[in-house]
Write a protein that binds this ligand. Sequence first.
Ligand SMILES: *Cc1c(COP(=O)(O)O)cnc(C)c1O
Length: 364
Amino acid sequence: MLTSMTMRFETPSNPTFTPAERIAEINAAPGFGQFFADHMAIAEWNVRTGWGNDRIVPYGPLPMAPAGAVFHYAQEVFEGLKAYRHADGSVWLFRPEANARRFQSSGVRMALPEFPVEAFLTSVRNLVALEERWVPSSGEQSLYIRPFLMANESFLGVRPAQDVIYCCIVGPVGAYFEGGVRPVNIWVSNQYSRVANGGTGAAKCGGNYASSLLAQEVAYANGCSQVLFTDNSEHRFVEELGGMNFMMVTKGGELVTPDLNGNILPGITRDSLLKLAPQVGLTPVERPIRIAEVYAGVESGEIVELLACGTAAVITPLGALHNGDKVYRPANSEAPQGIALRNLLLDIQYGRVADPFGWTEKVD
Ligand SMILES: *Cc1c(COP(=O)(O)O)cnc(C)c1O
């Protein structure tokens, strides 16, 4: 395999944009994942020539091989990060190298070629800079960035694809859950699993989401909006939600989350909150959590807050866990300590307080 040439993702010389009034109209209420900016970044990989043909083009349908393994065997990974507008109008990314590295490790698990960290960062920086006008500026709004990598070889046989496409799209988003931060009800899945030991739980891949959707429907049917998955073999240990990591706050002031055991996605929000916990008086703890311990702790008052975290929703309080007909409500279902942590992270992301870890990066 050849070493790839440096990818520049140069911006087109005569880009055209949606009229400013229409962008303002969309950005007034963008929702989540419904609107996309005018351009996207693309690059292509071939087993013989490596990465190349990097470019920024108008947003639109991709040329895809119908026989490509992404459609049949789900050979695909993705990322999700955001660009935030600060009060002075400048636009900032949050820990983009962490996403770039996770993109690589997810890709390795799915037998996809490594996408260079520098190429990831260049594509994101250049695309966000080009689409700066799409970065909304009010409340909890941001520009959501979705890089993805997928098989694109015309071949139905089962082996890693020899042609792969990288793409990055961006679009304005508001708060993930409509109506702002409200405790959500959670369905504990004792039936379906999203990942398995030795499987793809630590990779950010579409297949993990596909396998979570039926459990999600069961949750909806039971008046819940998200699923908490437990380990696939015995359903005894807490893993995470379909797209968010799980955390809880104890009476003794610990912020506890399952350790990264290979079945849990290493969330960047999770990692950031563990590092920020001491600033709000919480001690971070990573260890296996038994679901029985959660039920008992919520009932006894030992566990006071239940939380879910991820880039899209930041931190969301979990108002109740539904285990079949049994409902467990934490004492502080509004999660004041979780909200304090949430506000601290948002203050860093929106530049309202100092960034002690050097996590934010200005886009010029
Ligand atoms: C993306 C994702 C998360 C959250 O990761 P962040 O880096 O915090 O956005 C958690 N769980 C799953 C399954 C995910 O795909």
